[in-house]
Design a protein around this ligand. Structure first.
Ligand code: UT7
Length: 331
């Protein structure tokens, strides 16, 4: 049976560190509150001149190098983002040009913090249903700093910028059961009001009058989102395990969306997963939305937390509200 594997992976976070101490000078907050309520100690932010496509390009370049293929070998590019450089063309097209690629389909997916899992599912289905496709580049990239209200302490402490990318390829090795075993995605549009952004272009609100600026920023009902996040991430993770006749004991590592340490701990607690199996890097990245899972996956791999044949569960939740989970047997 044909399977789809992750052939290469890469990530990129901008150099500029914005610490909790820096935020103390910007809004009425304190590092202790941020660490206790979220686990976040610092996050990375772009320069004004850096766009989501620049971050995505860097991550994609590394993923192609890691997969040992060139952009000419890529049959499709999908980008998950809510901070596109422009309303159009799609950030996937912009990254394609930066990579020097041409002549293959490119499009963006918007499922907010679940975007990478949505894009993974789309990419996997393209590969399984179109025998002409061999390699698909999937990128999650976000310049959240461009849609954060830097005067709103309840949201500005949470988010960061970054990008992660994978190369997905069809694998025909009959002696292996590695690959993307399953992906499950869902949404409830009636909860959209809990987390939204009226207008978004990561070009930012430059030149917009201050009274209009508000329309560019993230609005969030934090407590409601917090409760939904735990509920939905637990249920989608349990569903994907159950329909594959697996239990949490079969899982080597969980890569959860990196939004809040208390959300991750509550999931571990509710699903009876030892905390040491929950990969966490949010203390250094903050919530990078669609980039969070591929960055965490890459960092887990680089730090030796993933071995060949390990079973990885990734699970995400975000605006929409959307959610998703994927099971990956690592190769
Ligand atoms: O990727 C999915 C997207 N988002 C999420 O997953 C976020 C989900 N929500 C959360 O992570 C949490 O709700 C937050 C971290 C956003 C907030 O934590 P909380 O424990 O729910 O705090 P809260 O909103 O109930 O606020 C508690 C207090 C309030 O003060 P009063 O009314 O009790 O006097 C806030 O005004 O903390 C205050 N507060 C702050 N204080 C210092 C809110 N933000 C800050 C801040 N610094 N940055």
């Amino acid at each position: 049976m044909e399977r789809v594997i992750i052939r290469g992976i890469g990530s990129y976070i901008p150099e500029c560190v914005l610490s909790n101490a820096d935020l103390e000078g910007m809004v009425d907050t304190n590092s202790e509150w941020i660490v206790t309520r979220t686990g976040i100690e610092s996050r990375r932010v772009c320069l004004d001149t850096e766009m989501a496509s620049d971050l995505g390009y860097e991550a994609a370049r590394k993923a192609l190098e890691n997969a040992n293929i060139s952009v000419c070998d890529v049959d499709l590019i999908i980008v998950a983002t809510v901070t596109p450089d422009l309303r159009f063309p799609a950030t996937a097209c912009i990254i394609q040009e930066k990579l020097g690629g041409t002549d293959v389909p490119c499009f963006d997916v918007n499922a907010v913090c679940s975007g990478f899992i949505y894009a993974l599912d789309v990419a996997r289905n393209f590969l399984l249903n179109n025998s002409k496709m061999k390699n698909v580049l999937v990128i999650g990239t976000e310049k959240m700093s461009s849609i954060v209200d830097w005067e709103d302490r309840s949201t500005c402490v949470l988010f960061g910028d970054g990008a992660g990318a994978i190369v997905l390829s069809r694998d025909t090795d009959e002696n292996s059961d590695a690959g993307i075993l399953d992906v499950l995605i869902g949404a409830d549009g009636s909860l959209g009001r809990l987390l939204y952004c009226p207008i978004c272009d990561s070009g930012g609100p430059a030149g917009v009058k201050s009274t209009e600026k508000d329309a560019y920023f993230i609005k969030m009902e934090g407590r409601e989102v917090f409760k939904e996040a735990i509920k939905r991430m637990c249920s989608v993770a349990e569903d994907v395990l159950q329909r594959n006749d697996l239990t949490v004991d079969d899982i080597s590592l969980v890569i959860p969306h990196q939004a809040n340490m208390r959300i991750i701990s509550a999931i571990a607690d509710r699903m009876k997963i030892p905390e040491k199996k929950m990969f966490v890097n949010l203390q250094r990245t903050g919530n990078t939305s669609a980039a969070s899972i591929p960055i965490a996956l890459d960092e887990a791999l680089q730090s030796g937390n993933i071995q060949s044949e390990d079973l990885i569960l990734t699970v995400a939740f975000g605006g929409g509200m959307t959610w998703g989970a994927a099971l990956i047997r690592w190769k």
